[in-house]
Ligand binder design. Structure first.
Ligand code: ATP
Ligand code: MG
Length: 426
């Protein structure tokens, strides 16, 4: 029979890879906790209208990338392509936004029907951060400082750079869009095909075209910054002043726009040059209009999302991941002969007394030689051996697997102390 394979662009995360993910996730949870952000979880599937209304009908995500289907009740539902819409829906539905400030985060899979390639998948994972109820640039700055601290903790700060921009209000952007379209229509035939298409759908996205000819044309285009209302100009200046004061380096990228319609005012991206074309590892901005757009009371908000796969790739290529991260066990317990019940009891005692000990009891019988070979291939540093001779004398043999060191015999009662000593000495 033929085997059924995973869907394209939907990866398995193997046990050899998961420790690095856990390392990253633990670092993120630690930093977020230190800034007072709390985790929220909401469904992976929502009604299709939620995403259409939040992300915008004429965006790449809604037009081409959503996994949308009817459930058995003929209701149109969609696998979430991003987290902000669901987060706002959940907050509103549970009354978290009424007269309150919220600092929240979430993590999990997102789904977009894209062309799979390095750093671009159909099921990918994001860690999202959202802050509600704060209108000033201080909270924008906090998000940037928080993410910068995370990169520092992970040893990635030297490998990423921060780009910021301000998109103004939706009204100002509409005015700018008209001017941009007028200019680009005049040079339509010189634009790349993608940009030609975007001219009638989402012209602002042309600003972040990678196409050299299009980029050259953009030099002469009207500037979004000339259309910014006073209020956004101030907000942007104050944000920059905070970042300068704290000493967080950034560049203003006037061509930085985001692919989702809900963004306004501050937008930003953390970008790396180490991953090729898929270089944005974290992106976000303000979305002051979204809560009201989804039926809530107007609520200022800012958020961002990190691409976990891209960060893991970056950790693998650029960072010094601390040794021992991918070590999953410290010790193995090898049982010879008919002593499995006794070995189980001893292993339980060891786990009681040494809560940090990661111990695998080899439950399949085999020769001592074969079991030691297996232990050698694992990350275990010591092997505990129990056979008939040992049991009769109520002792364990403790053998170091990584150092030239004579094996020792230890009474059951003294085993925890010895194991602890051996494992902490190196
Ligand atoms: P890109 O321009 O790279 O397609 P985007 O603007 O679509 O990104 P967002 O919707 O802002 O991305 O998502 C935030 C982050 O999630 C991205 O910066 C990226 O790190 C990650 N991401 C987005 N789409 C994918 C994907 N298909 N596969 C892997 N990671 C992704
Ligand atoms: Mg995209």
């Amino acid at each position: 029979m033929s085997k059924i394979q995973a869907l394209r662009g939907m990866n398995d995360l193997l046990p050899t890879e998961s420790p690095l993910w856990q390392y990253l996730e633990a670092a993120v949870a630690d930093v977020l906790g230190r800034y007072g952000y709390r985790e929220i979880r909401f469904p992976i599937v929502e009604s299709t209208d939620l995403f259409k209304r939040a992300i915008g009908e004429v965006t790449d995500v809604v037009e081409k990338e959503m996994y949308t289907f009817n459930d058995r009740n003929e209701e149109s539902i969609t696998l979430r392509p991003e987290g902000t819409a669901g987060c706002v829906r959940a907050c509103e539905e549970n009354g978290l936004l009424y007269n309150q400030v919220q600092r929240l985060w979430y993590q999990g899979p997102m789904f977009r029907y894209e062309k799979p390639q390095k750093g671009r998948l159909r099921q990918f994972h994001q860690i999202g951060i959202e802050a509600f109820g704060m209108a000033g640039p201080d909270i924008d700055a906090e998000l940037l400082l928080l993410t910068a601290r995370l990169w520092r903790d992970l040893g990635l700060l030297k490998h990423v750079r921060l780009e910021i921009n301000n998109l103004g209000t939706p009204e100002a952007r509409a005015e700018y869009r008209t001017a941009l379209v007028a200019y680009l229509s005049g040079v339509m035939d010189q634009l790349d095909a993608d940009s030609q298409r975007r001219l009638s759908t989402n012209p602002l996205r042309i600003l972040d075209s990678k196409h050299p000819a299009t980029r050259a044309l953009l030099q002469g285009a009207p500037k979004l910054s000339d259309y910014l209302p006073e209020q956004n100009r101030n907000h942007f200046a104050r944000l920059q002043a905070i970042l300068n004061h704290v000493g967080l380096a950034f560049t203003v990228n006037p061509y930085l726009v985001r692919g989702l319609d809900y963004y306004s005012d501050t937008v930003f991206e953390w970008v790396t040059d180490d991953l090729g074309a898929q270089g944005t590892v974290c992106a976000g901005g303000r979305y002051d209009g979204l809560v009201a757009q989804l039926g809530g009371r107007p609520t200022p908000a800012v958020g961002c999302a990190m691409g976990v796969e891209r960060l893991v790739l970056l950790l693998q290529t650029a960072a010094q991941v601390p040794e021992g991260i991918i070590d999953d066990i410290d010790a193995v317990f090898i049982v010879l002969g008919d002593f499995m019940p006794q070995a189980q009891a001893l292993a339980e005692q060891l786990r009681d007394e040494l809560p940090l000990l990661r111990l695998t009891l080899y439950t399949e019988a085999g020769s001592l030689k074969n079991q030691l070979k297996r232990a050698d291939k694992s990350s275990a540093r010591i092997a505990l051996i129990l056979g008939e001779a040992e049991f009769n004398r109520q002792i364990l043999v403790v053998k170091h697997l990584r150092q030239e060191q004579a094996q020792v015999e230890v009474a059951f009662a003294a085993a925890p102390a010895l194991i602890d000593q051996w494992l902490t000495q190196d």
